[in-house]
Design a binder for this molecule. Structure first.
Ligand code: KG4
Ligand code: ZN
Length: 342
């Protein structure tokens, strides 16, 4: 079964064709990032206007690259939320029109659940996939620019939310720390690169406590970074931060952020008595994070799986893949489908 996935929840315009829920035949991701860079974050109005312009092109490229004809698409899967309303609407409108035009079914997909599903995807010629057999129930951790959430996944139609971010998401904290250090956007990959040469023990940042054990709060650690960088300065004063200091701040921040994620994720596994953890979302592309989670999993005698690197950040393959599974479970959407904000 060939599924066309459409994802437009943030600044990306992504269209993909996935066969039978796992084999990614094409994966087109067009980002409007360069138009947002000077603002240090995504501007929703700019994102949706660009998505309107490029979505046709992304659709054509995804079909062309898949080797499948549009008439051979059997199902349309589209992200219906959470995300930016205007952006989501662009994808939803294309999905509805295409499903109507081809007279094929339509299924809506939750963006966060799709980030977890990304761990099940594979590409032609890729080495043996690591997830096979039954991994349910498991704990799913989504670490992205907009969300940090822990889920107990009994199956993809029965998901319990254990906790979520109360303020800044983890990726957002990476982005803001990069901004404090005078670096570019998005901050995650830049912080990761700098941290490689930094001393993670130089500054001991502390995380904020949360009332509920599986909620997250990253704004405290971001503010602590700001204070440590501006220590001794008048609020209006600015100074050039030496490269070595930047490296140490990046490494110390990254290490603490990973500590927080590890503690909560493995504690959720213990609470739910499951030994499988799946991690997805943009921050899951971080090499140090992957390494530390694997080390910890060894110690806990549990298994940890990650999305393949190319499917960590936003993409439509994860939407098509999960859409297929939901379709098989009878979850269909009607043409009155619209944005779901929660
Ligand atoms: O999942 P995603 O593409 O978008 C949302 O759904 O939000 O995640 C984007 C986030 C950004 O905050 C970016 O800085 C972060 O993922 N990110 C990383 C890395 N690559 C992307 N964070 C840490 N290390 C990375 N290597
Ligand atoms: Zn995302």
């Amino acid at each position: 079964m060939n599924v066309l996935g459409i994802e437009t929840s943030c600044d990306e315009t992504a269209v993909s064709v996935v066969k039978d829920g796992r084999m990614v035949l094409s994966n087109i991701v067009s980002s409007s990032l360069r138009f947002h860079k000077k603002y240090g974050g995504v501007i929703p109005e700019i994102a949706s206007r660009i998505q309107l312009k490029v979505i046709d092109y992304a659709l054509n490229e995804a079909i062309r690259g898949s080797g499948v004809k549009l008439k051979d698409i059997d199902l349309i899967a589209v992200t219906s939320g959470p995300g930016l309303k205007g952006s989501l609407l662009v994808g939803i409108c294309l999905a509805k029109a295409t499903a109507f035009g081809l007279n094929i079914p339509l299924v809506q997909v939750n963006h966060l659940y799709a980030h977890i599903y990304a761990a099940f995807l594979k590409t032609p010629g890729a080495p043996k996939i690591s997830i096979c057999g039954d991994v349910f129930p498991f704990i799913g951790l989504v670490v992205s620019g907009g969300h940090t959430s822990l889920f107990y996944v009994k199956d993809f139609t029965d998901i319990e939310t254990l906790g979520y971010t109360l303020d800044d998401a983890c990726g957002e904290a990476f982005d803001k720390v990069a901004k404090i250090l005078g670096l570019g956007y998005p901050g995650g990959p830049i912080i990761e690169k700098l941290a490689k040469k930094g001393n993670p023990k130089r500054i001991r940042f502390s995380g904020s406590r949360t009332m509920r054990p599986f909620d997250f709060s990253f704004s405290g650690i971001k503010t602590a970074v700001l204070y440590s960088v501006n220590k001794g300065l008048h609020p209006k004063q600015k100074r050039e931060i030496p490269l070595n200091d930047k490296r140490d701040v990046a490494a110390s921040f990254q290490e603490k952020a990973i500590d927080i994620l590890i503690e909560k994720a493995f504690s959720a596994c213990r609470m739910k008595r499951t030994d499988v953890l799946i991690v997805g979302g943009g921050v899951a592309a971080n090499t140090r994070l992957r390494e530390r989670f694997k080390q910890r999993a060894k110690g806990e005698i549990s298994e940890v799986y990650f999305s393949p690197l190319e499917f960590c950040t936003d993409n439509a393959a994860m939407v098509a893949g999960l859409g297929y599974l939901l379709f098989k479970k009878g979850r269909l959407s009607k043409l009155d489908l619209t944005v779901k904000t929660n």
